[in-house]
Design a protein around this ligand. Sequence first.
Ligand code: UDX
Length: 451
Amino acid sequence: MKNIIVVGAGYVGLVTAACFADLGNRVIVLDIDKSKIEGLKKGVLPIYEPGLEEMVSRNTTAKRMDFTTSYPQALREAEYVFIAVGTPSGVDGEADLKHVQQAAEAIAEAMTGPLIVVNKSTVPVGTGDWVADIIRAHQSKPIPFAVVSNPEFLREGSAILDFMNPARTVLGSLDPEAVEKVAQLHLPLRAPIVVTDLRTAEMIKYASNAFLATRISFINEIANICEALGADVKEVANGMGYDPRIGRTFLEAGMGYGGSCFPKDVQALAHMAAEKGRNPQLLQAVMDINADRTRLLMERVHELLGDLAGKDIGLLGLTFKPNTDDMREAPSLEIARRLVKKGVVVHAYDPVGMERARDMMPELIMAEDPYALAEGCDALIVCTDWNEFKHLDLSRILQMMKQPVIVDGRNIYDPVVLTRLGFRYRGIGRGYGPDGSPIEEVETEAKVSEK
Ligand code: UDX
């Protein structure tokens, strides 16, 4: 059992804290937001992450997990402090480090004994050294400490599973004793441990996320070409994915990447490169392709509906991906904004994201379920690939809609099946070209009964 402090009660901090507690350690979660901490003490989580509430409750009851806003109280017996605070994008795309700085200063002022400071937040290369400088400068008397970079690779929606089954653990520090101690915490996870210096560890995180984002923009570009040439990007990805050098993951064409990590990390990496006089051409293309996804999706909507003014359009799904309530950089918001600008009345349904979305876009009219959403709509746009949308009663949906139009921004439906049912359907990069497509030739039920 080790004494661990986790600073930051967000997606990363809470998952890290709950999982370390579940492994038998004693963990204190520290956040400067009083209402978050009060809520957590009563078992109310500030975020939705599958399995987390139950894990927090179990470990709180077992007295392995506690919550506080006080650094001196938290640090009394601490051996490790994990910094897991937010690093939002600054005005020029650089990572904004004010929360990291505040945490480092507060840790320095409150520490009473030797400490290992582990940085989990995604921070620009060189931040670990900067954090060490801040701590040294703010200590009232010299107390030994080490800074270790330990980037997180957790996906929202499956963060607990990812924490407990990591593909690798990256530890960056030139202090072998500190690395050994942080490695010990991770031994029960039985993953390969990559030990390197601070800056390289920080870079591994950016390079990993930038590479995944590149795969997504790559397949989105291929989707654009598939559309023009009449090929099906889903089958193309399947065909590519069997090659072990390529693999099938992160090749889903759609509305582009969103969320709290990819957009800001790719931007921050490009910013770091440009600051040093490098020209990050590929990263720029990755961002440009991603930024163009919503415009292209809107073209599909126009193609099927013509003038949009006064139309009712329903968004199926709002969150940036399924199994999370996170709305940060969700493509649905950009689509909604574009629709509102065109004079559309925008309706929406999401299994867990509606509350957050309502705060961000009060003009959205929320529906109780997908069927209520479909009622009276001229089109539905699939914005999030929630599982519960995959087996809807589409005949019922068809009957409830004013016009049978579905634009599937996540390719969750089969174009042939939907066309046969009588929908005017457009997916992303799927088997239709500008000059008459295979899909238009599909025998619809209506056509068959006409014969
Ligand atoms: C990501 C990384 O996966 C994780 O390792 C990192 O530490 C944090 O950022 P997350 O933001 O939770 O995790 O989401 P992820 O599942 O990676 O998806 C990111 C975005 O890419 C989503 O908007 C998703 O819809 C989109 N995506 C993903 C695609 O458009 N196509 C794909 O094939 C995969």
